[in-house]
Design a binder for this molecule. Structure first.
Ligand code: SF4
Ligand code: SF4
Length: 303
């Protein structure tokens, strides 16, 4: 479990947290070792799953919604907080705690985490954290390093693995099954630290909403993809469309491509030749009408 600062700081809380970490924590590599074991026998068992700020990635939300069998819209409304800060480039999604005295996590049970195999990335990684410095030519792919969170109340640091040995950071990550989370986390970092933001600053509200839906609120994004003419206008592989109909993971993959196209202007989507021709015909017709002085009826712009 992770307590990443109980009061979200001003500005983008993720950036503030990374800066704090870079300043305060010794950096660890994959082969560095540490001692830790969390199990129902520790006196502090379950105490840390309360009153914590846990940032959720799109993949965390996807795993939890699939696990709970509810829509992303319902999950986001019920289980998350969406703090808005003025210089935030991309949405921030925090796991909401219960409104009880302990402010405990909604998924906490007497036996421990009730969504254990789908618990969010920070809960998996604890007590190991990950930070990326962003000081290289190619932006976010700065030095990636780990650090150890050591809170006085956490007694897991007094114990080793079952056999009493230490973990390496890599062994810990393998044990916690973070591979898919890491892969999606890196892809999301590419979006949230995109150079577009250096050049153009934060997104306007309509684009921010598009970004949020295509990454976090897959229910709304699904309605957009299958309830609009989008798939008629762009070339999308039939097998991929079929996968998107049944899999939120495929839909999220498409969402990332869509953001790159619709928000950052990258060529990740190809307009169908017929759609391109239709737009061209419409523009030609408009031009002809203007040349002849005949007014045209207002047309809806393609997003
Ligand atoms: S999701 Fe599970 S591990 Fe994470 S805070 Fe909630 S109960 Fe604890
Ligand atoms: S050992 Fe640490 S992580 Fe485990 S329950 Fe105690 S405080 Fe939480």
């Amino acid at each position: 479990m992770s307590d990443e600062g109980k009061t979200p700081p001003e500005g983008d809380p993720r950036k503030m947290l990374e800066e704090e970490i870079l300043a305060d924590h010794p950096r660890l590599g994959p082969e560095d070792k540490f001692k830790f074991r969390c199990h129902p026998g520790v006196p502090c068992f379950n105490t840390c799953c309360a009153d914590v700020n846990i940032f959720l990635s799109p993949y965390d939300v996807l795993r939890l919604t699939d696990r709970l069998g509810i829509s992303s819209t319902e999950f986001l409304e019920t289980y998350t907080l969406l703090p808005v800060q003025k210089d935030m480039n991309t949405p921030v999604v925090l796991l909401k705690m219960q409104d009880n005295e302990e402010k405990s996590c909604h998924f906490l049970t007497d036996e421990g985490c009730g969504v254990y195999s789908d618990r969010p990335w920070p809960c998996r990684m604890y007590p190991v954290g990950l930070a990326t410095s962003r000081d290289t030519e190619d932006g976010w792919r700065g030095e990636r390093f780990y650090f150890l969170l050591k809170e006085d109340a956490c007694q897991g640091h007094n114990e080793g693995k079952k056999d009493g040995l230490e973990w390496t950071v890599q062994e810990w990550m393998d044990d916690q099954n973070v591979d898919a989370y890491d892969e999606w986390g890196e892809a999301f970092k590419e979006l949230s630290l995109h150079r577009f933001f250096d050049d153009y600053g934060p997104l306007p509200p309509s684009k921010m909403e598009m970004f949020f839906n295509a990454t976090y609120d897959l229910q709304k994004f699904r309605e957009f993809v299958f309830g609009s003419s989008l798939l008629d206008r762009f070339e999308v592989d039939e097998d991929f469309i079929h996968q998107m109909q049944t899999s939120n993971e495929a839909l999220l993959r498409f969402g990332f491509l869509w953001i790159r196209f619709a928000v950052f202007g990258e060529s990740t989507m190809k307009v169908r030749a017929e759609a391109e021709q239709a737009v061209k015909d419409k523009l030609d017709k408009k031009q002809d009408s203007e040349d002849s002085g005949t007014p045209t009826s207002p047309q809806k712009e393609a997003p």
